[in-house]
Design a protein around this ligand. Structure first.
Ligand code: DP6
Length: 349
């Protein structure tokens, strides 16, 4: 990736200010889910996953080196990040510094166009943007594969948001050290498939259990986890064929069963993890009703109560109206396939 690292001529006291590097990344929604890590330190997933990057809810992140500062400063949507959020960003910066052979602290400023922690993949866009901006700020020149591998160390789903449109994230094979090299995302070319994804935000509040804790508990205690992982590999094979054919019904059916299966593994965890709320179920019922009435529409859900419905673009307005009606008060946003992560140029800042 090109490094865009221009200096602004004069700061308030006449000193040269480093504008840092600013990156924009979009969330992605997995059609074949990632759930469960086999190595938490190196962030190695158990299963391959496949997603569509969206054209809504971008994250914009600036990383600026501050050699004089005593420590990193992390700002999230205008407020200082705290606790686990800050810890994850600082740990990620440590990794970037180790790769770059640098030690300077940084200022990180992140803005999400989506509520953080609401199951809308803000960690995917967040760590994709941080990987790109962080690598540029510290002078690392990484190709897209290396960037995706780096983003994975922040959040596995972030590996996919480096790319636009459809992307597969490989779980990697062999020892953890081998898999660390092999686990990255790459684009899946799908020229003839441009559906709508209608998102019903039934609850935008933060979730009770983080996806990280929930997947750990699922792997450790759910008797259904292994069989879901096995069937997910078969789902992926079928999904690739369905995408190549541009077959919305096949893509939707596979995505829906894969997501429901993932939620079944969580419901069987001990204690159970249940992200699906009454409003989620009402929306799922309405998706079934749409299909029964001749509108191809298929649901997928992540670590939260919100529902994303795949449909033809020509049906999107009708689907959006049906979802609004099913969960009064929910907000509905229609997305399409969107761009990969990119650095902003000087003129755009
Ligand atoms: C349900 O990538 O947020 O959205 O790797 O621990 O940061 P960490 O988890 P994260 O989990 C996403 C899980 C999912 C499915 C998916 O996006 O594949």
């Amino acid at each position: 990736m090109a490094i865009d690292h221009q200096m602004t001529p004069a700061g308030p006291a006449g000193q040269v200010l480093d504008p840092g590097a600013t990156a924009v990344a979009h969330p992605n929604i997995a059609l074949i889910k990632y759930w469960g890590k086999r190595d938490e330190q190196l962030m190695i997933p158990y299963v391959d996953s496949l997603s569509m990057t969206l054209d809504v809810f971008p994250t914009t992140t600036t990383v600026r080196l501050s050699p004089e500062a005593p420590a990193d400063s992390v700002t999230l949507d205008g407020s200082p990040a705290e606790g686990e959020q800050r810890r994850r960003v600082v740990a990620f910066l440590d990794l970037v510094r180790e790769l770059a052979g640098r030690t300077e602290p940084a200022e990180v400023d992140t803005r999400n166009a989506v509520p953080t922690g609401a199951g809308l993949a803000s960690s995917a866009s967040g760590f994709a943007a941080l990987a790109l901006a962080g690598a540029a700020a510290y002078g690392l020149d990484l190709d897209p594969t290396a960037l995706s591998r780096l983003a994975r160390r922040g959040s596995v789903s972030a590996a996919r948001s480096i790319f636009g449109d459809f992307a597969i994230c490989h779980a990697g094979r062999g020892t953890s050290e081998d898999a660390d090299l092999d686990s990255y995302a790459e684009p899946v070319p799908v020229p003839d498939f441009d559906p709508a994804l209608v998102i019903a935000l039934v609850d935008a509040g933060p979730k009770a259990v983080s996806s990280r804790a929930a997947m750990r508990r699922t792997v450790e205690t759910s008797p259904l986890y292994r069989s879901w992982a096995t069937s997910s590999a078969a789902d992926l094979t079928e999904m690739r064929v369905a995408l190549r054919r541009g077959d919305l019904d096949a893509v939707g059916e596979i995505a829906e069963r894969n997501a429901l299966g993932m939620h079944a593994t969580m419901l069987a965890a001990r204690p159970a993890v249940r992200y699906l709320s009454p409003a989620t179920v009402a929306v799922l019922d309405r998706v079934g009703w749409l299909r029964a009435n001749g509108v191809p529409a298929y649901a997928t859900m992540d670590a939260g109560p919100n529902v994303k419905v795949l449909c033809h673009r020509t049906d999107a307005a009708r689907v959006a109206e049906a979802l609004r009606d099913a969960a009064p008060g929910c907000s509905v946003v229609t997305a399409r396939r969107g761009p990969g992560a990119r650095l902003r140029t000087g003129a755009e800042r």
